[in-house]
Ligand binder design. Structure first.
Ligand code: TGC
Ligand code: FAD
Length: 395
């Protein structure tokens, strides 16, 4: 029997010496996040996933390592990091668990980013520092029960009430909803224009029922946002966001983080499988000596290496403000599918042990079934590439 992952023996694969492409700050961020994951996350995450419970005790540590708003300017409490350092942080968090990376993605890319990009100065000063420190936790409400891939058809609406608006409707599949203090909610005004609103827990008529019985992302809390004629003060409307491009531009940030994160999950599966294959003996030999198992491992490291290079280049473009949404879609789609395939292959390589919680593989595999669906499904990202190269929308 191999060793339990609870000891977290992870060694990061870097076949093409991609590390040499990173600057000192990027490596430092990567190392400190990796250390935190090994010390704080790995020892507990399997138990929380088994219990289907979010480890709220990790929130403080996530804030301390700068995982909330890593690219937000320091004047608002953020880390002021570049896009590659941010990506590496997401890679390391998802190496631990996709659900923990989700929480950081939502807080930084889907809650702090829209407030920073579309908010008034007052909104930025009021919310951003408290979100960065973890004093407030946020969630992002775009998806509705009847409108997932097609958010433009959303029916959540608000009407003018003078110094407030009256919000009605529901959002579904919302990460962090059950415990979030605030929600950035996308809804249509009376003219049918999509706007962003900051809805605060405690506002009358606002509830966040939890979604139970998930087989995926079990260590992440998912829920609904229900608005029963909620009075939201006018000063909570994001003044600069107008139309679907508001929420979609937030998704660019989060999808970019997922492209990196998926590499982390893939690396963890590969590293676990490689170690196991060297130790596990059958027919008097380590299973790593069989050609079929070597093929699996060789293909895994090839795909991880390709994804590392693709994503590093995307990070360079993003730092130069030249990364297009379609390029981000390509990386998100490619890397999540790559990670899912590696998780499935690694699971088989571990035989029966692969289905247990002694190793992280099955948890990663189940998590990735959500990651391949949220932030735009695998199919939607393919259609975004198709539209980009042909100029014709197939939605
Ligand atoms: P379409 O007509 O193409 O576009 C409407 C307007 O938006 C602009 N736009 C973008 N802007 C910024 N970034 C992007 N990526 C953009 N894509 C489009 C576009 O230029 C247009 O602007 P304008 O000025 O002309 O108005 O819109 P469509 O209705 O045809 O839909 C396009 C489609 C299908 C690609 C889009 O709606 C889509 O991406 N659907 C997938 C939905 C999705 O990703 N939902 C994610 C929900 S959040 C989530 O899953 C969080 S998981 C959290 C966790 O990590 O736990
Ligand atoms: P649908 O849109 O109903 O799609 C069903 C299938 O049809 C998919 O395979 C899709 O690819 C395909 N399809 C749809 N349209 C087309 C088309 N035009 N052409 C070809 N095929 C098509 N949302 C949020 O707003 N905030 C969150 O925090 C959040 N967190 C999530 C957490 C989890 C764990 C999960 C699972 C989801 C989360 N989501 C969140 C929702 C997520 O973004 C949606 O599930 C996703 O966008 C897909 O929407 P849907 O589930 O309604 O699928």
């Amino acid at each position: 029997m191999g060793q339990s992952n609870k000891q977290d023996l992870f060694e990061a694969p870097d076949y093409y010496l991609v590390d040499e492409l990173l600057n000192e700050e990027q490596r430092l961020v990567r190392e400190s996040t990796r250390r935190w994951v090994k010390k704080e996350l790995s020892p507990i995450i399997e138990d929380y996933a088994q219990k289907a419970e979010f480890p709220t005790g990790l929130l403080k540590g996530l804030a301390e390592i700068g995982a909330f708003g890593p690219t937000t300017p320091p004047e608002y409490g953020g880390g002021g990091l570049d896009q590659i350092a941010y990506g590496l942080m997401m890679q390391e968090l998802e190496r631990g668990d996709s659900g923990i990376r989700s929480t950081a993605s939502v807080q930084g890319s889907l809650v702090m980013y829209p407030i920073f990009r579309f908010g008034s100065e007052e909104q930025k000063r009021k919310f951003l520092p408290r979100l960065a420190s973890g004093e407030l936790i946020g969630c992002f409400g775009l998806t509705e029960p009847d409108h997932g891939s097609d958010p433009a058809s959303m029916t959540t609406r608000f009407t003018d009430g003078g110094d407030h608006v009256v919000l009605s409707g529901a959002k579904m599949w919302i990460s962090n909803a059950p415990f979030a203090d605030i929600a950035v909610v996308w809804a249509k005004n009376e003219e049918g224009t999509i706007k962003g609103l900051i809805v605060e827990r405690g506002m009358e008529g606002f509830t966040t029922p939890e979604t139970h019985h998930k087989w995926s992302l079990r260590a992440s809390a998912t829920g609904e946002l229900v608005f029963d004629r909620v009075k939201v003060p006018v000063e909570n409307i994001l003044p600069q966001a107008e139309g679907l491009k508001g929420p979609l531009s937030c998704l660019n940030q989060a999808r970019y983080g997922i492209a990196w994160g998926a590499i982390g999950a893939a690396m963890d599966c590969y590293d676990t499988a490689l170690r196991y294959a060297r130790q596990r003996t059958q027919f008097g030999k380590p299973i790593a000596s069989f050609q079929l198992q070597q093929k699996k491992l060789a293909e895994m490291i090839t795909e991880i290496t390709k994804a590392q290079l693709l994503t590093w280049r995307l990070g360079v473009l993003k730092n130069e403000n030249r990364a297009t949404p379609a390029q981000i879609s390509m990386a998100k789609r490619n890397n999540v599918e790559m990670a899912l395939r590696i998780a499935r292959e690694s699971r088989q390589l571990l035989g029966a042990m692969g289905i247990t919680g002694e190793y992280p593989i099955m948890r990663h595999m189940m998590n990735l079934e959500s990651v391949i669906t949220y932030e735009g499904t695998h199919d939607i990202h393919l259609l975004i590439t198709g539209q980009d190269i042909t100029g014709i929308s197939a939605f």
